[in-house]
Design a binder for this molecule. Structure first.
Ligand SMILES: [Zn+2]
Length: 325
């Protein structure tokens, strides 16, 4: 069998059939050895999957369970074989976009939600980061099993990781952290090293409603957005912003004072502004392996969730009042 474009009026060479695409080990490759048609197939499969599983959107699952299902699904089916095509940058980016869009759909977040913030809040690496780690794992596994060097991806790995010496390549836990830190810098949020470990205590708990609310907040969704409401919908302040609502809005005085006090007490910090205290607690709190730390961690997130629940409830009440009038 020969894989090439049928330009000649010939469908075989010496009896070997000429075809322009071929499914090899589950991956559809075309005559240019790109995965264009494979992505097409993935798109189609995904669409069907999400239509069938629309009910997932209906809040029967927590953020944790939805992400578990998605992880299982994309890791086992969608990303199968993809590390081998990691050098096809634009195609990989396209799959990444498809995946993030679908995560948003599953989590009931609008498609316009800031992707960087979503990735930050969920602790998700970009696809390239995931694939390069996967590729290194496979390379090491191959070399250990067959006792010979696998060099065909060396140049690609070197290029992606921006290194000169392939022999020093390791699977690195810090790599994901560094990637998230980069996104954090763009969003002006300081990511702490323990964040990924602590994430379990933040979004990935079983408290369904407040998890979604926390996620929504961390992705900057809600009535505090200036592009949605020019004025603060709670107090009418002319410059609506997340900073105004969380730090200053007079309609949230009592809740704010209580929350800030409790958060500062747990961490023994002295944050003056609640928004910073929330971000500190969510992203950059110091991490130790001590038991006590874990306990206070959970407590802090509970306090944040309670505040956010009150805030979104107030938004909801105003919206309902406006709808009724
Ligand atoms: Zn206000």
């Amino acid at each position: 069998m020969i894989l090439k474009n049928k330009i000649e009026n010939n469908d075989n060479i010496d009896g070997y059939p000429i075809i322009n695409k071929y499914k090899y080990l589950g991956i559809m490759i075309n005559d240019k050895m790109t995965i264009q048609s494979h992505i097409g197939n993935i798109d189609k499969k995904l669409k069907k999957y999400f239509e069938k599983n629309y009910i997932l959107n209906k809040r029967f699952f927590s953020v944790k369970s939805i992400m578990l299902i998605f992880g299982y699904f994309h890791k086992s089916r969608l990303l199968y074989g993809l590390p081998a095509f990691i050098d096809q940058k634009s195609k990989i980016e396209r799959i990444d976009r498809v995946m993030t869009t679908n995560i948003k759909k599953l989590l009931k977040l609008p498609i316009s939600t800031n992707t960087q913030r979503l990735k930050l809040a969920l602790g998700l690496p970009d696809l390239n980061t995931y694939l390069v780690q996967r590729l290194i794992k496979l390379k090491i596994k191959y070399e250990n099993t067959f006792n010979e060097k696998l060099t065909m991806y060396d140049e690609t790995i070197k290029k992606i990781l921006n290194i000169d010496d392939i022999s020093k390549v390791r699977i690195s836990e810090n790599y994901l952290y560094n990637k998230l830190k980069d996104i954090g810098l763009e969003e002006n949020i300081d990511i702490n090293k323990g964040f990924i470990t602590r994430l379990k205590n933040r979004l990935y708990s079983w408290y369904v409603d407040s998890d979604f609310i926390l996620l929504k907040f961390m992705c900057h969704r809600g009535s505090f957005r200036e592009d949605i409401n020019e004025k603060c919908i709670l107090c009418g302040y002319p410059e609506n912003s997340i900073e105004h609502v969380v730090n200053d809005c007079k309609k949230l005085c009592r809740e704010r004072r209580k929350t800030l006090e409790e958060l500062n007490k747990i961490d023994n910090t002295n944050y003056k502004k609640l928004l910073k205290a929330i971000e500190y607690h969510y992203y950059s709190k110091k991490y130790t392996n001590g038991k006590e730390e874990k306990k206070s961690d959970k407590k802090g997130v509970k306090i944040i969730k309670e505040f956010l629940l009150e805030m979104y409830k107030k938004f909801g009440a105003v919206k309902k009042k406006n709808d009724d009038e």
